[in-house]
Ligand binder design. Structure first.
Ligand SMILES: *[C@@H]1O[C@H](CO)[C@@H](O)[C@H](O)[C@H]1NC(C)=O
Ligand SMILES: *[C@@H]1O[C@H](CO)[C@@H](O)[C@H](O)[C@H]1NC(C)=O
Ligand SMILES: *[C@@H]1O[C@H](CO)[C@@H](O)[C@H](O)[C@H]1NC(C)=O
Ligand SMILES: *[C@@H]1O[C@H](CO)[C@@H](O)[C@H](O)[C@H]1NC(C)=O
Ligand SMILES: *[C@@H]1O[C@H](CO)[C@@H](O)[C@H](O)[C@H]1NC(C)=O
Ligand SMILES: *[C@@H]1O[C@H](CO)[C@@H](O)[C@H](O)[C@H]1NC(C)=O
Ligand SMILES: *[C@@H]1O[C@H](CO)[C@@H](O)[C@H](O)[C@H]1NC(C)=O
Ligand SMILES: *[C@@H]1O[C@H](CO)[C@@H](O)[C@H](O)[C@H]1NC(C)=O
Ligand SMILES: *[C@@H]1O[C@H](CO)[C@@H](O)[C@H](O)[C@H]1NC(C)=O
Length: 898
């Protein structure tokens, strides 16, 4: 009894302390928010000091000075920086920059060069043809800047009559909004079109859904939006080129306000046209484009946190093999490591001989090994000593020793990827892993926000926390402290804000200026990018040609080095649905190879949910079933009482593998620019209804998919489902070739189904009808052309003129470097007499130097052949007389009878 009451008292004390610390913290936040409001009320505004100086490119530079408000003048310590510089640069016909900075432009910011996004020089001519213009305030008047599209007069950005505040650690600027739609606005799980709300930007290990209340951002930092303009429905992209904690207050049709805690007010604008893809391509060019993954990565992946031994991996592998489920990679989460220490394998639980069998690619059943590396280095592993010798860990401001947090292995240090030795250190870690004699084909970098299970650091006196935040914000200069998360401290489950990064001029990422000490406060949202870059360099040095680095954390520009998945997901219908807009977001952010944890990570997935998620996920760019530890198994075969999970997974993965080369070709053809997995409205921007269907998507401009994303009737094992086809368009069912026209179409979809999918009329799609090809590397060079005719009986598409997708060198040398492996296909059907018809297929080289490696077309499926008011299709088997696409045979004329 005594013991029990002691425990209860102890719990009571802990609860009381937690509540009071939390309470004080909340009060503090409230107090500070009021300070900003109060200040704003009395504050003055910036004015142009003198007329701006026009620059050659059509832009300007000017100086701003602060005109204090009446009451503010009485305060001796006004927080604003009184003298500023304003720059407007015309970067090209469609691109410009607007920036407000301190006079010397000396504040911490991303450099304007590689590896970061930067403007590609476009020449004076392009600048003269600019499609935008600006207005700027008069001297003495409250400063404002307006950017508008010349052709329509549409405002792109306008700060008119809205405050601009520029202090050391609080900056604010607003633009007008007007009958717009915006998309993007950061890494968050939410609807595709952004609703009014307050949106945080601060990388965090978190899996919540964002409903527009502060504190709901997740792993990555992407402060851009795509906006549909009201006049003429053009699209443009606005990037806020900042890396600090940020909150965006968005009120639809009224304003969008940026509130950030550092850096500059620095914007890049990209003006596209009525096709959103064009604005996005300009943006992708700025962020240095995205990287191409190796072909095998396009296959299916199985993963789980909880495969605790090679016996268990063997069991999963055996199941996949005996049940004939297509798969290319079987993953290892943290389980494989020795005490969760990076770059180690626990060889007691993971028998290397067994591993070498599973991952032996010379064995027809062998699969690729993809495995995780967490960013935190256990203080107990050998790498910790090496890291200290090389001085690469982020330091605690208190101890001036490596900062200590807690992650899976217990206490950990955290590499500082700004440190000049960090690149070498990280490479050495990967070299150490290779010493086990296993090839790590896919590198999964996780917890890289950085995630930390304690707030700030180990050994911090919790009771002083409130004071610490306060002094951190207010020590050097008077300030307006602001917490963009509002509900949570910025160091919650990450590192102390004052933790010290390398600040010398050997920096890998960002040099400090003027004796400035770079801290976690500055670097937090860049950390994941830094790790991605170091991992990319290590992978290249290890001899990987095309790399696959799956990173949870990201920043604008990450797509040049890494791929991504949406992070942790709950096994619920809502998470299944929201995976779709999240994938669409990352298309815009320039990381198009992205997926979601199929069947969800946390909670037990039901059979029905898992079946639908396998169906949907089979069309994700990155397709991986991933489960958490301790939840019930969710491999496709793990639901013996509900055999439809397995049967529909096999069917749907067979469809994926039929389309595998086609899907990959979309990436090769994109060549680092543009989107692959698209919203419906992307292809039909003029169709207002298509904006409402965020759970339908298109693969390139070929296929429209309409997955079932709601639960159905478990008794009939069917779900009522409606497909929306844009007005005035024509599609054909991918499976039975029947036509489907504009409007809603509702029908029942059995649990045991594939995703309803339709090919757009006018497209030629290549697929491979090879049954039971269970590994991507065994897909051959024989294709079926699915030719969907348009109203002129014509159709077009493209195909790669290489036959070996398994050699990275072949893809790099013959595709990406010279962009010369894409050939365009066109087809036309003419009717002869009676039921006699003729099809003419032409292959046009995209580049004169195209290297043709023989590819074979042994089947045609022609759909959309008009015959007395209905559509017919014709399958032509050419197995004995195939159409060979090579340098000589690039035309086919074929007669057929309908
Ligand atoms: C504009 O030009 C004037 C005259 O050459 C110069 O004094 C001033 O510093 C310039 N302003 C800026 C912002 O460069
Ligand atoms: C590992 O597995 C192989 C093959 O199953 C077996 O022969 C060997 O004894 C195992 N090694 C250890 C250390 O258990
Ligand atoms: C890999 O598989 C091939 C073909 O089955 C075999 O010859 C080779 O010995 C295997 N290698 C290893 C390391 O098991
Ligand atoms: C690599 O392995 C060596 C030898 O075990 C060890 O001394 C070193 O610290 C390791 N490096 C890393 C980065 O883990
Ligand atoms: C890099 O590591 C070496 C030891 O390998 C160390 O002597 C040197 O001081 C480190 N560089 C920096 C900038 O800390
Ligand atoms: C840092 O400054 C040095 C010296 O000016 C320069 O050589 C280096 O390129 C800079 N590094 C970065 C990351 O900007
Ligand atoms: C940086 O600090 C050093 C030593 O404290 C000082 O000599 C130097 O003037 C400072 N440089 C700047 C640009 O403030
Ligand atoms: C398309 O083909 C049909 C016969 O299938 C023919 O009736 C029609 O005129 C053709 N249309 C055009 C534009 O050639
Ligand atoms: C590129 O294509 C040419 C022509 O087909 C072929 O000879 C060459 O081997 C290919 N390059 C690589 C690295 O495979």
């Amino acid at each position: 009894m005594i013991e029990k009451s002691k425990i209860l008292t102890a719990i009571g004390i802990v609860v009381a302390v937690v509540i009071s610390v939390y309470g004080i913290h909340q009060l503090y936040i409230q107090h500070e928010a009021n300070r900003i409001d109060k200040f704003r009320k009395h504050a003055g505004f910036y004015v142009l000091k003198q007329d701006v100086n026009k620059t050659q490119d059509g832009g300007f530079v000017g100086f701003l000075s602060w005109k204090p408000g009446k009451k503010e003048q009485e305060e001796p310590l006004s927080p604003v920086i009184r003298e500023l510089k304003v720059i407007f640069k015309v970067d090209g016909k469609n691109e410009c920059q607007f920036k407000i900075t301190d006079i010397e432009d000396s504040r911490f910011q991303l450099p304007y060069n590689e590896p970061f996004p930067f403007t590609k020089e476009q020449g004076q001519e392009s600048k003269l043809e600019r499609i935008f213009d600006y207005k700027v305030s008069q001297v003495g008047e409250q400063f404002y800047f307006e950017l508008f599209r010349k052709s329509s007069g549409q405002t792109i950005f306008s700060t008119k009559d809205r405050p601009i505040l520029f202090t050391d650690k609080y900056l604010e600027i607003s633009t007008e909004m007007n009958e717009e739609m915006i998309f993007g606005l950061g890494d968050r799980r939410t609807d595709f079109q952004i609703k009014s709300g307050r949106y945080s930007f601060w990388n965090a290990d978190a899996m919540w859904i964002d409903n527009g209340t502060p504190g709901k951002s997740i792993y990555g930092y992407h402060p851009m939006y795509l906006r549909r303009e009201v006049i003429e429905n053009n699209f443009h992209v606005t990037l806020f080129r900042n890396t600090y904690g940020l909150q965006v207050d968005y009120k639809q049709n009224q304003y969008l306000t940026y509130k950030t805690i550092g850096g500059n007010l620095d914007f890049k604008f990209f003006l596209g046209d009525s096709n959103p893809e064009n604005a996005i391509k300009l943006y992708h060019n700025y962020v240095n484009g995205w990287i191409l993954h190796p072909f095998w990565v396009q296959g299916f992946h199985q993963c789980r946190w909880g495969y605790k031994s090679s016996d268990q991996l063997m069991e999963v592998w055996d199941k996949y093999n005996s049940l004939q489920i297509p798969i290319d990679s079987l993953w290892s989460d943290i389980d494989y490591m020795y005490k969760y220490q990076d770059f180690t394998i626990d060889t007691e639980r993971f028998n290397l001989t067994q591993m070498q069998t599973i991952y032996n690619l010379s064995n027809p059943q062998g699969v690729h090994w993809s495995s995780i590396i967490d960013v935190g280095i256990s203080i107990e592993e050998e790498g910790a000593i090496k890291g200290q010798e090389m001085n690469i860990f982020i330091q605690s401001a208190k101890t001036k020793e490596p900062i200590i947090g807690t992650v899976w292995p217990g206490k950990t240090y955290f590499p500082d990827f700004n440190h000049p030795n960090s690149t070498e250190y990280w490479y050495e870690g990967f070299v150490n892993l290779t010493k086990y004699g296993l090839q790590q084909d896919g590198i999964w970098i996780d917890m890289n926000e950085y995630s930390n299970f304690v707030t700030g650091e180990v050994g911090k006196d919790e009771s002083t926390l409130v004071n610490e935040i306060k002094t951190f914000f207010t020590s050097e200069k008077p300030n307006l402290p602001f917490n963009p998360l509002e509900v949570r401290r910025l160091d919650h489950r990450t590192l102390s804000l004052d933790a010290i990064h390398y600040s010398g001029d050997q920096a890998v990422l960002v040099n400090a200026t003027k004796n400035y000490t770079i801290t976690q406060y500055d670097m937090h949202n860049i950390n994941g990018f830094g790790e991605g870059l170091a991992t990319y360099k290590a992978a290249k040095r290890l001899g990987k040609k095309l790399t696959f680095i799956l990173s949870r954390s990201s920043m604008f520009g990450s797509g040049r080095y890494v791929q991504h998945w949406n992070g942790d997901a709950f096994s619920t219908w809502e998470y299944l649905r929201l995976s779709i807009p999240s994938i669409m977001n990352f298309q815009m952010y320039g990381i198009p190879f992205v997926g979601d944890d199929i069947c969800g990570l946390a909670l037990d997935a039901t059979a029905e949910l898992c079946a639908r998620w396998q169906q949907l996920g089979s069309l994700y760019p990155f397709s991986r079933n991933h489960n958490g530890d301790k939840y019930s198994p969710q491999e496709p075969y793990a639901f013996p009482k509900h055999p439809y999970v397995l049967s529909s997974t096999i069917k749907t993965l067979n469809v994926r593998y039929q389309l595998l080369k086609f899907y990959y070709h979309l990436f090769v053809k994109g060549n680092g620019l543009g989107t692959i997995f698209r919203p419906l409205f992307w292809e039909f921007p003029g169709d207002e209804q298509s904006y409402q269907h965020q759970f339908q998507f298109m693969l390139g401009d070929y296929l429209l998919a309409s997955p079932v994303v709601y639960s159905g009737n478990t008794f009939t094992q069917k779900t009522k489902h409606c497909v929306y086809i844009p007005e005035n368009s024509l599609f054909f069912d991918f499976y039975n070739y029947s036509p489907i026209q504009g409007g809603d179409h509702c029908f029942q979809v059995p649990f045991d189904a594939v995703v309803p999918m339709y090919i757009k009329s006018g497209k030629i799609l290549h697929l491979q009808d090879r049954k039971n090809t269970l590994r991507s590397r065994f897909l051959d060079n024989r294709f079926t052309l699915l030719i969907a005719l348009d109203e002129n009986n014509e159709s077009s598409g493209s195909i790669l003129t290489i036959n070996n997708y398994n050699e990275d060198d072949n893809i790099i040398q013959n595709c990406t470097e010279q962009q010369n492996c894409v050939a365009n296909l066109s087809a036309k059907v003419n009717s002869k007499s009676g039921t006699e018809m003729e099809i003419e297929i032409k292959v046009n080289q995209a580049a004169a130097s195209t290297n043709f490696q023989e590819i074979i077309v042994d089947k045609l499926i022609i759909v959309g052949i008009k015959k007395s008011e209905s559509y017919k299709f014709k399958i032509i088997d050419m197995i004995n007389n195939p159409f060979i696409i090579n340098k000589d045979g690039s035309e086919l004329n074929l007669q057929f009878d309908l």
